[in-house]
Design a protein around this ligand. Structure first.
Ligand code: KG4
Ligand code: ZN
Length: 330
């Protein structure tokens, strides 16, 4: 029997989870609201908030799980990628606990965590599966062979999908993060009203910077003709732009899944919360006869439960780290 504590503080969510024999006993997340008015995550503010939050969150995770510190068999933390100052917070705490409790230390890759977010709750995909990981920091197509073996088939060469939505929302004057607002306004608009071109990148990679720039020019040109353009067409602009981004994501997913002859398909990361995407993906899954897996929203956005899941598999294989381990931002 193994009981593990996992910590996550790579960006702007502080998390602690306890897992025992692959059953999640607790999952506490605190999302930082402090960045809203800055139009993006401010690294220094993120580190300070993690520092304030981490101890109460660990205590809460242990209490909710009914586990005492001395019952822990290992402690895990997200080693990277992420913001250096933010990553250092769980790095330091995990090392301290490993030393004080004399238990092994486990380092987990954040993206690996997102991949195994599909395994936290039933129904779970069978191996191998392909997942589209879309968040504010990542956009990847990944082939997952088994819990500890995966291959990144394609990734964004510039912005992430969430950034593409957030930056467009910023042009429209919406607060950060704009993705959820694009979703809400877009649901009320006509996705066919405006046509936003999508890139034609070879292979399984993605690029969003061209879309972002053409969106900026489009809005600028329209505002020159009609200063009320954003107000009058906000819903249609959101609907049309998010449709373009999502169709592009799903087109790449469809192509890669077809090429690999895979039937179990996942979508994870914060952008998987988008209602337009969820509807389109479900329809695509029916058409293509896929088994589609999208984790519950709390496991799509950054969380420590997914880190605990990876850590548990690493624990079983004896993949431990040392006190010399340092975070890697990239
Ligand atoms: O996974 P996540 O919480 O954090 C990162 O690791 O980045 O993802 C955050 C991203 C943001 O870009 C946010 O705008 C986007 O997910 N997002 C959404 C929705 N909810 C969150 N994008 C579109 N529609 C949503 N409903
Ligand atoms: Zn993430």
């Amino acid at each position: 029997m193994a009981t593990l504590l996992a910590l996550e503080s790579s960006c702007d969510d502080t998390g602690a989870s306890v897992i025992r024999n692959h059953t999640l006993l607790s999952n506490i997340t605190s999302s930082q609201k402090i960045h809203e008015s800055y139009g993006g995550v401010v690294p220094e503010l993120a580190s300070r908030a993690h520092q304030r939050n981490i101890l109460p969150i660990i205590q809460k995770a242990l209490a909710e799980a009914g586990v005492a510190r001395k019952q822990l068999d290992a402690v895990a933390y997200t080693q990277g990628p992420g913001l250096m100052g933010a990553l250092l917070v769980s790095n330091s705490f995990a090392k301290g606990m490993s030393l004080a409790l004399d238990i092994p230390l486990i380092t987990v890759n954040h993206l690996h965590g997102h991949l195994l977010s599909h395994l936290i709750e039933s129904p779970v995909p069978g191996f191998p599966f392909i997942t589209l990981l879309i968040s504010g920091g990542h956009t990847q197509l990944v082939y997952v062979k088994d819990p500890l073996t995966y291959e990144v088939l394609g990734a964004t060469i510039d912005d992430a999908a969430g950034e593409a939505l957030d930056k467009a929302a910023k042009v429209l004057g919406l607060p950060y993060p704009g993705g959820p607002l694009m979703d809400r306004y877009g649901a009320k608009g006509n996705p066919e009203r405006f046509d936003f071109p999508t890139p034609d990148v070879q292979g399984w990679d993605f690029s969003f910077s061209g879309m972002k720039t053409s969106f900026l020019y489009f809005i600028r040109d329209q505002l020159q003709k009609d200063s009320n353009f954003i107000n009058d067409y906000l819903h249609d602009i959101c609907a049309s732009y998010q449709k373009a981004v999502i169709n592009y994501l799903l087109r790449q997913l469809e192509n890669v899944v077809e090429a690999y002859g895979i039937q179990d398909v996942g979508i994870a990361g914060g952008v998987a919360a988008n209602s337009f995407l969820r509807n389109r993906a479900k329809a695509l899954a029916v058409k293509k006869d896929w088994n589609l897996f999208i984790p519950d929203l709390k496991y799509c956005t950054d969380n420590s439960a997914m880190i605990a899941k990876v850590a548990h598999y690493q624990y079983e294989q004896g993949q431990f780290s040392t006190l010399e381990s340092v975070p890697y931002p990239r």
